[in-house]
Design a protein around this ligand. Structure first.
Ligand SMILES: *Cc1c(COP(=O)(O)O)cnc(C)c1O
Length: 426
């Protein structure tokens, strides 16, 4: 059988397949570099697991209070070693990335303190956490003020604006690594390091927190290697490796992570409570798989950029540029094109492939959002997914793919739907 035979069966036409093959042929050196990074990070995860003598007793389920949960405690040591931090909090009780960030912020900011975002507007769902958009229980309601240093017009960090924004009340600086739902460039770990160094030079005791969502294992170093006091993310993105069904992590200094543990459970209880509910096999094995899963997702993102740039759609980052997260923004320019693209991604899925994605008003977002995802874990965006707010510039954010062949099929079918809708001609 020819490779194309299976693609035809899956709904890909010959011209779409051929375009994909042409693009793929030009990406081999990029893919090699991605594999090398995965190899490095696989070694880093293995070294941490070996150092902490991971064994079958760590996979046992605990219930109730979860006292003496050695599997949970050891997983946190493994995370701390992978991220090179003093401490880590890795829990199924952290329900998502927004929750992990809300815990980290709420735990380390007190009434009268100021939070500074050094990279412009934060991720949509954080607007309510902070109180930029009014919400019950926002930081603002608790007397924490917010300041923002906007990015320069070209999307780069405005160091002077950051320096000016730091004052005697600035307690914590938040730095979002990934572009999120914006078409700005994602920050590299080395750029994050420069920014942290600047903040610390102005105010040595300021806490620097990095929203690391989508960035884990994309480079050989993490923001905690570049001076971050707190690094925060979701387990249904990169570090869960597709296997974690829920969860978030916070890695950082002992002092900051302790506070997060007290905020997550209760003052006095902290890290001592929190049953693992039988999730340890998924958390350990997911972390073990994460470096290669991230590599597959990165190849999918590079392939998407290669295909769509060839057709004239602006891509962030461009196909030829080094990556710092797994997100690929493709500016499609219209609502119709966004819908067609997402239909294609949906139709490539192992789960719910027969459903049609529609734009809807989603909690936490200020515009209608369209999402395509046929995931084993609901909302998991390390699995192949595409989404975006229906507003100019009508960009879709493509991410994930537990395997590169699946991500490739998603890209081909998205193009197929655009071609069938008459939006592109091949
Ligand atoms: C996904 C994401 C979040 C929020 O995570 P959820 O799990 O969706 O709550 C925050 N920041 C960034 C940059 C993200 O990509």
């Amino acid at each position: 059988m020819e490779l194309f035979d299976i693609y035809r069966q899956l709904g890909v036409s010959r011209p779409v397949y051929e375009l994909g093959e042409t693009v793929l042929a030009s990406l081999r050196t990029r893919f090699d570099a991605i594999d090398r990074t995965a190899e490095y990070n696989q070694g880093k995860v293995l070294a941490a697991m070996q150092k902490n003598r991971v064994n079958a007793t760590h996979f046992a389920a605990t219930t109730g209070y979860g006292y003496d949960d050695e599997g949970r405690d050891n997983l946190e040591r493994v995370y701390a070693d992978v991220f090179h931090t003093q401490a880590a909090l890795v829990r199924p009780q952290i329900t998502c990335g927004t929750h992990a960030l809300a815990v980290a912020l709420g735990a380390n900011l007190l009434p009268g303190d100021e939070l500074l975002s050094a990279v412009g507007k934060p991720y949509d769902t954080l607007e309510e956490v902070i109180g930029i958009r009014e919400s019950k229980c926002s930081l603002r309601e608790y007397g924490v003020t917010y300041a923002q240093a906007d990015l320069k017009a070209d999307g780069s960090v405005d160091f002077d604006a950051v320096r000016r924004a730091i004052n005697e009340r600035t307690k914590l600086v938040t730095i979002q690594r990934s572009k999120g739902y914006a078409t700005r460039p994602t920050l590299s770990v080395s750029q994050i390091g420069e920014l942290i160094a600047l903040c610390k030079s102005v105010k040595p005791d300021v806490i620097c927190m990095v929203d690391n969502c989508y960035g884990e294992f994309v480079e050989r170093v993490e923001p905690s290697d570049a001076g971050a006091d707190l690094v925060v993310g979701s387990l249904i993105k990169n570090p869960g490796g597709g296997l974690a069904p829920i969860g978030g992590y916070i890695c950082g200094t002992q002092e900051c992570v302790d506070r997060c543990a007290y905020r997550l459970s209760a003052p006095g209880l902290g890290q001592e409570v929190g049953a693992n509910l039988g999730l340890m096999p998924a958390f350990y094995q997911g972390l073990f798989l994460s470096p290669t899963v991230v590599a597959g997702a990165l190849k999918g993102a590079v392939f998407a950029a290669g295909v769509y740039e060839k057709l004239g759609f602006p891509c962030v980052p461009p196909a030829g540029e080094e990556r710092h997260d797994i997100i690929q923004a493709v500016t499609l320019g219209s609502r119709e094109a966004m819908v067609a693209f997402c239909k294609g991604i949906q139709s490539a899925a192992p789960v719910d492939s027969y459903v049609t994605p529609e734009p809807w008003a989603m909690p936490g977002y200020d515009a209608e959002v369209i999402m395509a995802a046929g995931a084993f874990v609901q909302g998991s965006s390390i699995e192949l997914s595409a989404d975006g707010p229906i507003r100019p510039p009508y960009a879709v954010y493509f991410q994930g793919g537990l395997t590169f062949p699946h991500a490739k099929l998603g890209v081909l079918l998205s193009l197929q739907k655009l071609a069938e809708a008459g939006i592109v001609t091949l």
